[in-house]
Design a binder for this molecule. Structure first.
Ligand SMILES: [Zn+2]
Length: 120
């Protein structure tokens, strides 16, 4: 699902996409200075390899996602904003979902067995 940046207004635009057991659901809303605010949840599950024993396991997901999208390169002054830049004036939600999943994958994860051993 691709949304043209200029079509996003102050009225939240709801979206919901799923991919591989993951549901990415939320809204886009025009904010300020060529920025659109994205607020969403990521739910479902993801298959990962344990960083300790290398066994595959399923990690349940329940994440809140909150960032801004800028139309082109972001030149704003607000450095504490988490901003994703669009290149062609379109917001590609599948692409945003993919990068969120990549971000989760690149983190540290251990399976339930290893977690229990860590506790003992
Ligand atoms: Zn493990």
């Amino acid at each position: 699902m691709t949304v043209n940046f200029k079509k996003v207004t102050k009225t939240p635009l709801e979206f919901s996409i799923d991919s591989n057991n993951i549901v990415f659901k939320g809204s886009l809303k025009y904010d300020t200075e060529n920025l659109v605010s994205l607020k969403a949840t990521l739910t479902g599950s993801i298959d990962l390899d344990c960083d300790l024993c290398a066994e595959e396991f399923t990690l349940p997901l329940d994440e809140n996602i909150d960032f801004f999208i800028s139309n082109g390169v972001y030149n704003g002054m607000n450095e504490e904003y988490d901003v994703v830049e669009t290149i062609d004036g379109n917001i590609n939600l599948e692409e945003l979902l993919d990068s969120e999943i990549e971000l989760i994958r690149s983190g540290y994860h251990s399976c339930e067995n290893c977690k229990q051993e860590e506790r003992n």
